[in-house]
Design a protein around this ligand. Structure first.
Ligand code: DAK
Length: 261
């Protein structure tokens, strides 16, 4: 994999159309400091506008995904300091990434780490992955989407229990509950995630973008509004060269060459 760019706490590598981001604060289990979150969001935004990149992976490596926000930097904060911090804005920027994001999760994905994984569009988990929203154990509640995304991911009853008790759940449960796409041995995590990312990256980029947008809307809209949203995006794709190429290639019995146009 080609090394693209890096800060010490975030490593960025590229393999063709896929960019891989590795959180790198092992001493604190990849706790998401403001600067780490900022580096990650900036890198993702940059790649979102780079036509050469078609899919992005976020991982913490084999040992740990992320043990949440950096408690050290938050413990003595006042309401005003929390309100005025731009941390929330970083999470909102993350939500606006239009290309597919895949989380490759091994080890702990707790608090903000679990929320980061849930912000991604697909999650590949290793057998050692452990998810949870333990904020209640330190006197708060999830603040970066956990109370909203976890019930959508695993259902209200399970999410309520996890959030009220701070209990953790493992990769098998996450798979059984529909929160992750697949569970693989830790040593295969990156390879399996890359295979999935490369498969997504081979599809027509504008259709991929529209598909992501439409599926995310399914979680917010009533069925009629969702169907209407889908229809508009569907028609819009008939204005793309890739739609012509995809359908012609099918009829000519050859693989398509998608250009993102
Ligand atoms: N922050 C800072 N340091 C952490 C950390 C964290 N979240 N998690 C672990 N560490 C540090 C430990 O302090 C320890 O440091 P040293 O003592 O070696 O200096 C080192 O990492 C290794 O951790 P442990 O010794 O505790 O390792 P164990 O294997 O025994 O336990 C653990 C692993 C993951 C079970 C445990 O470390 C743990 O419970 N960590 C805390 C998990 C947690 O509570 N996470 C939620 C944090 S709150 C916001 C939006 C969202 C958020 C904040 C703001 N806004 C919109 C403003 C998010 C909040 C959260 O995520």
């Amino acid at each position: 994999m080609a090394k693209d760019s890096a800060t010490q706490e975030l490593l960025v590598q590229r393999e063709g159309p896929v960019a891989v981001h590795t959180l790198n604060r092992p001493k604190v289990l990849n706790a998401l400091s403001d600067s780490l979150l900022e580096s990650l969001v900036c890198a993702l935004e940059q790649q979102d506008s780079d036509p050469e990149i078609r899919c992005m992976v976020v991982t913490g490596g084999e040992k740990v995904f992320a043990a949440g926000a950096d408690i050290q930097g938050m413990a003595e904060a006042s309401v005003a300091q929390m309100l005025c911090s731009d941390r929330l804005a970083k999470w909102q920027r993350l939500q606006k990434i239009s290309k597919p994001l895949i989380a490759a999760v091994s080890g702990y994905a707790l608090g903000g780490g679990c929320e980061l994984a849930m912000c991604c569009d697909l999650i590949v988990a290793s057998e050692s992955a452990v998810f949870g929203q333990p904020e209640i154990l330190i006197g708060v509640i999830p603040g970066a989407g956990g109370t909203q995304r976890l019930p959508r991911a695993i259902g209200k009853a399970r999410a309520m229990e996890m959030i009220l008790t701070g209990r953790r759940f493992d990769a098998r449960k996450a798979l059984e509950w529909g929160m992750v796409n697949r569970v693989v041995p830790p040593e295969l995590l990156l390879a399996e995630t890359m295979a999935l990312a490369q498969e997504v990256a081979r599809q027509a980029p504008l259709a991929v973008r529209a598909a992501k947008e439409a599926v995310l809307k399914a979680l917010d809209l009533d069925i009629d509004s969702g169907l209407s949203y889908e229809r508009k995006l569907f028609y819009l794709l008939f204005g793309t060269e890739d739609q012509k190429e995809g359908m012609r290639a099918f009829l000519e019995k050859r693989p398509p060459r998608f250009q993102g146009k």
